[in-house]
Design a protein around this ligand. Structure first.
Ligand SMILES: [Fe+2]
Ligand SMILES: [Fe+2]
Length: 316
């Protein structure tokens, strides 16, 4: 049985989503790349470790969904989304080669479990069940989970573009450019996963369920990751906890506020929710036009190429 397109697309950005090639150099990135702030560093490091496996899973799900997308514009959006996510996954994977290994941090015990989550529990074993991994129903569940995750990524992307406290703290410029380039593309394609989910019959109640699953899972993985990562960092002093690190980092403006993140999650439950309202495409494109990693990939040269700072957008 075909997945019938039930809900018409509600967002029309009239903007072609294309991947941008990037080149980063993490050879000078210190272990605490937000200087003197192991809590903020390892909260964001946990995301760094989640993206390679997580966004590759997005690509596998989208490859399965593609034949069912009947709207040509949505198909085009989905292709652009898929290609951008593949590059995000690869770029965060390069952090592994040039940052984790150089600092002697063994990420395997953490990433092994993440790989199992994405390939089994969210892959061919729906929520851990031994059957139904190739059903259309499960495909819709996967698309709903991706849409809920993309809501957060769009929110975080909008935040990092304007997080001036990270510049003021002397954050490693290559790592900050990685976060801002990725964040800007998350803002750029923030409506795609939601539109595809609705196009393939995603319901309001389903969306609430998926957001609930995502909140609980993300908090669990983040809590575990921050503790694991800070234990591996000899300069962290003591193992860090997610909420105390998040609280302190948010107060300093180096992490998004807990209250703002909570409000963002609540907006997803509002029946008239629209991803378009979550961030500004213009600001995202403005950063992508000046991202050093995108520039060296397009025009040659090396990153950081003598740079000691990441470009900052003028205040909105
Ligand atoms: Fe991404
Ligand atoms: Fe994304």
């Amino acid at each position: 049985m075909e997945l019938a397109p039930i809900n018409p697309p509600v967002h029309d950005t009239h903007h072609r989503i294309l991947p941008r090639h990037v080149r980063f150099d993490f050879s000078a990135t210190p272990i605490q790349w937000v200087p003197g702030d192991p809590g903020s560093t390892h909260v964001m490091n946990t995301l760094n470790l989640m993206f390679p496996a997580g966004e590759m899973w997005f690509c596998r799900v989208y490859n399965r969904a593609m034949p069912h997308i009947s709207d040509p514009k949505l198909r085009d959006d989905a292709e652009g989304f898929l290609r951008q996510e593949a590059l995000h996954s690869r770029s965060h994977g390069s952090v592994l080669d040039h940052y984790w290994r150089r600092h002697g941090i063994d990420t395997k015990p953490f990433t092994r479990h993440l790989d199992a989550v994405f390939s089994r529990i969210l892959g061919d074993r729906p929520y851990g069940l031994p059957w139904g991994g190739h059903s259309r129903f499960w495909l819709r569940q996967q698309l709903g989970i991706i849409a809920a995750l993309e809501h957060f990524f769009g929110y975080l992307g909008g935040w990092v573009l304007d997080a001036r406290a990270l510049d003021e703290a002397g954050t490693d410029p290559a790592m900050l450019d990685l976060l801002r380039w990725h964040g800007a593309e998350e803002v750029e394609h923030r409506a795609v996963a939601f539109d595809i989910y609705r196009h393939l019959g995603g319901s309001y109640l389903g969306r609430c369920w998926h957001m609930g699953v995502v909140i609980v899972s993300l908090l669990g993985v983040m809590a575990w990751g921050v503790r694991y990562m800070s234990r591996q960092d000899p300069d962290a002093g003591r193992p860090r906890r997610l909420f105390s690190s998040w609280w302190a980092g948010a107060r300093a403006g180096r992490l998004p506020s807990i209250w703002g993140s909570l409000k963002s999650a609540v907006r997803y439950f509002v029946p008239g929710y629209s991803p378009e309202a979550e961030a500004s495409t213009e600001r995202a494109l403005a950063y992508l036009a000046i991202s050093p990693a995108a520039s060296v990939a397009a025009h040659g040269g090396n990153w950081p190429g003598g740079r000691t700072t990441t470009p900052v957008l003028p205040a909105a």
